[in-house]
Design a binder for this molecule. Structure first.
Ligand SMILES: C[S@@+](CC[C@H](N)C(=O)[O-])C[C@H]1O[C@@H](n2cnc3c(N)ncnc32)[C@H](O)[C@@H]1O
Length: 261
């Protein structure tokens, strides 16, 4: 009997997913998120800078972004704390004939033991405070003049002044022959959204249910991570257009690019 509820350690946003569920969660990500468009934006920025050869993704999930970034010719390295995601990404890299290194690592505790031209955090829901800490610690794994790029969620202006708001919706996907329904609950409370996703998968052994859960800190339009003047300078912010239902209701995504001084 597998545990169906995601676990969350005290004082952290980190979710430990139920066993053997990543294949479904990850299929929803790939279906609803524009990984390809996001990587194109990264490439447009990096190629303008002209000196980016190696890219490290922290929280690389099933490796989808790095497979696109590899297509642009970057030497790619992915790190994730979820074992199932690492196995999945290694398998996918192999079947796509990609030479991408994926390793198990919890970036809140350790960082890779080498340096890169760019470190990226894409679609990783950690608090703004934790993202600031992560950026700070990434200075040690960035080569001189290297870039830290992170995706953040901003609140749509029309929801800025609304203190409480709930949105629910339902999505359906066929994942490797299994029908999966996901019920999404988004609860805005001040400058945070609490997300609960309940999955029903019609597996051949019988229906299976499990839950995903996240929290999102929301930026206002002008708000920045507080990391400028601390070893970085902010270079550029771009808004992600993405697919129609890519980001949580009431929000839009941005990528901020910082350069190590
Ligand atoms: C929503 S997924 C996005 C995955 C990938 N970036 C993508 O765009 O498909 C977030 C990922 O971050 C990973 N993650 C969250 N906290 C982490 C940590 N402290 N160390 C390593 N990985 C982490 C999770 O395991 C998950 O795979």
């Amino acid at each position: 009997m597998v545990n169906m509820m995601p676990a969350r350690a005290e004082n952290t946003w980190k979710v430990t997913y139920p066993e053997d569920c990543i294949k479904y969660i990850e299929a929803f990500r790939r279906h609803y998120w524009d990984h390809q468009g996001t990587c194109k934006l990264l490439h447009e920025f990096f190629s303008q800078q002209g000196n980016v050869h190696s890219v490290c993704e922290l929280g690389s999930g099933a490796g989808t972004n790095l497979i696109y970034l590899d297509d642009y010719g970057y030497q790619c390295f992915g790190y994730d704390s979820n074992q199932e995601s690492i196995v999945l990404s290694q398998r996918r890299a192999e079947s796509n004939e990609k030479n991408i290194e994926f390793n198990l690592l919890d970036f809140s505790k350790n960082l890779p033991n080498c340096q890169f031209n760019a470190v990226v955090s894409l679609f990783v829901p950690i608090s703004l405070e934790d993202m600031e800490k992560l950026a700070q610690s990434c200075l040690q794994i960035l080569k001189p003049g290297g870039y830290f790029a992170c995706m953040l969620l901003a609140v749509l202006p029309e929801f800025e002044a609304i203190p409480e708001h709930n949105v629910t919706n339902t999505e359906f996907l066929e994942v490797d022959g299994t029908s999966v329904i996901r019920f999404n609950y988004y609860k805005k409370s001040g400058d945070q959204i609490q997300y609960d996703g309940v999955y029903f998968a019609g597996e051949s052994q019988g229906p299976r249910m499990f839950q995903d859960r996240d929290r999102y800190d929301l930026l206002t339009k002008e708000q920045m991570l507080k990391i400028a003047d601390t070893g970085y300078r902010h270079i550029y912010r771009t808004r992600i257009q993405g697919k129609p239902d890519q980001c949580p209701p009431m929000t839009y995504e941005v990528i901020d690019f910082f350069q190590k001084n």
